[in-house]
Design a protein around this ligand. Structure first.
Ligand SMILES: Nc1ncnc2c1ncn2[C@@H]1O[C@H](COP(=O)(O)OP(=O)(O)OP(=O)(O)O)[C@@H](O)[C@H]1O
Ligand SMILES: O=C(O)[C@@H](O)C(=O)CO
Length: 425
């Protein structure tokens, strides 16, 4: 294994697995597997990049650190030459963590400083300018992310936000340095490390900036960021002759499908509205879940009782509905109940013969993927930017695990078709 990734949620893990599997146009990528948590056994020897999917974004910082260090130890035991800590392109975290504590703990364990921190993913509109994160033409804190149910992002200044989570000072490599190219970037990171800065925000507004960062980081033992930071990494290993460059194998899994959405992100809300025009959808009221009026049986009955090939159930609500539910029942209690409901529903569906599942939301996908116990996931072709087709090694199931804000308006129906083998767009 050449590259080892520690991802703080399941859809984020799929996102970076997709980037590493794709590589740069014309060069191909790596053979990638996505693991559910830290595996108990060694990975197959032919895997070139391994992505350990944790569910550590919204748990207490000390637990996130412990899980990430365990993932690091396993990846090192697989022979990885480079470690990446993958977090969200919208920098999802709270003033307590977990990007800072995990990033610093991994850097300390690896004995490095001046480590790049770059959430940019320009293909989906996430860019970093003078250390400030934008989502398309809006500052992060005005992008809708300020209403996120678990990690409301109320400050677009990444240095300031990250400094609240870190022990060491946080640095910046701004665009003018990034544009001077790999050598200037390396020098700037070295100088930042000499000043005692462990994590260093890097500006990036285009894929070219990310490729320059990737080239600069060819020999870096550790880097952190969104999936964009990995764009240039396969090319480094291909150039050194450690990998040949390959394209993900096609996937076609027949059988019934279903869509589960627990994400309250703007893109998901739009996708639900779009999907509801042509397909049966069931809205799950949080109060009914908390009281036990809506159960796994309710959802399975709806999903399996439908003749439509793409039925959808969703808990997703607008920010005011989410706030009201959280005020009434408590944020964690709601998330726990909904995660468990989706996880058990997915398990029941697969037991009843469902072979294709589309899931919206990182936490929701994490709960579902863990419940399905699929073993290592093979990373297939991309459906939409950041969302690959995943297939389980233990059961014949194909998954599309969609980050909340990813995917076009027609994502749900298109993703289910892609899992059945219809060529992704
Ligand atoms: N109607 C609702 N009211 C309150 N909380 C909800 C509601 N529906 C879902 N949730 C909770 O909101 C959280 C949504 O997080 P999730 O990570 O699944 O989606 P997301 O944040 O949009 O996705 P991503 O992390 O990939 O951006 C989950 O914990 C879910 O249980
Ligand atoms: O980086 C992103 O935006 C996604 O991969 C993600 O982590 C959202 O959960």
């Amino acid at each position: 294994m050449l590259i080892g990734v520690i991802a703080d949620d399941f859809t984020g893990a799929g996102d970076i697995a997709n980037t590493l599997a794709k590589g740069l146009p014309g060069q191909g990528g790596l053979k990638v597997s996505q693991f559910m948590g830290v595996p108990g056994e060694d990975a197959p020897k032919d895997i070139e990049a391994g992505v350990v999917s944790l569910k550590s974004r919204s748990i207490p910082a000390a637990e996130a650190v412990a899980q990430s260090l365990a993932a690091l130890a396993w990846l090192q035991a697989q022979g990885c030459r480079q470690i990446v800590f993958k977090y969200c392109s919208t920098f999802d975290s709270t003033p307590e963590g977990n990007i800072g504590p995990v990033g610093e703990a991994l850097a300390n364990a690896l004995g490095v400083s001046g480590v790049v921190a770059c959430p940019a993913f320009p293909t989906v509109g996430r860019t970093v300018h003078q250390g400030h994160l934008f989502v398309h033409d809006r500052l992060l804190s005005e992008s809708g992310m300020e209403n996120h149910p678990l990690t409301p992002m109320t400050d677009p200044d990444l240095r300031r936000w990250l400094a609240r989570q870190c022990q060491a000072p946080v640095g910046l490599v701004a665009a003018p340095v990034v544009r001077r190219g790999p050598e200037a970037i390396r020098d700037a990171l070295r100088e930042a490390g000499d000043r005692g800065e462990i994590l260093v925000i890097a500006d990036a507004a285009t894929d070219d900036d990310l490729v320059a960062l990737g080239e600069a980081l060819a020999d870096a033992p550790f880097l952190t960021g969104g999936s964009g930071i990995a764009i240039g990494l396969p090319a480094n290993f291909i150039a050194k002759g450690h990998a040949q460059g390959r394209n993900p194998s096609p996937v076609a899994i027949a059988g019934p499908g279903a869509i589960l959405a627990g994400s309250c992100s703007r893109a998901t809300l739009g996708q639900i509205e779009h999907h509801a025009k042509d397909h049966p959808t069931l809205a799950i009221a949080v109060g009914d879940v908390m009281s036990g009026a809506v159960t796994v049986a309710t959802l399975c009955e709806f999903l399996q009782g439908s003749a439509d090939p793409a039925p959808l159930v969703y808990s997703s609500g607008k920010p005011e509905d989410v706030a009201a539910a959280q005020a009434q029942f408590g944020r964690e209690a709601v998330a726990e109940k909904l995660d468990a409901l989706f996880a058990e529903t997915a398990r029941a569906l697969v037991a009843k013969g469902v072979t294709r599942l589309v899931v919206a939301g990182g936490e929701t996908s994490g709960a579902v993927a863990q419940a399905l116990d699929l073993g290592a996931l093979t990373v297939g072709p991309e459906i939409d930017p950041g969302v690959p087709i995943l297939t389980g090694e233990r059961h014949r199931v194909a998954l599309a695990l969609k980050s909340g804000n990813f995917g076009g308006p027609d994502f749900f129906a298109r993703a289910l078709s892609a899992l059945a083998g219809d060529a992704p767009r």
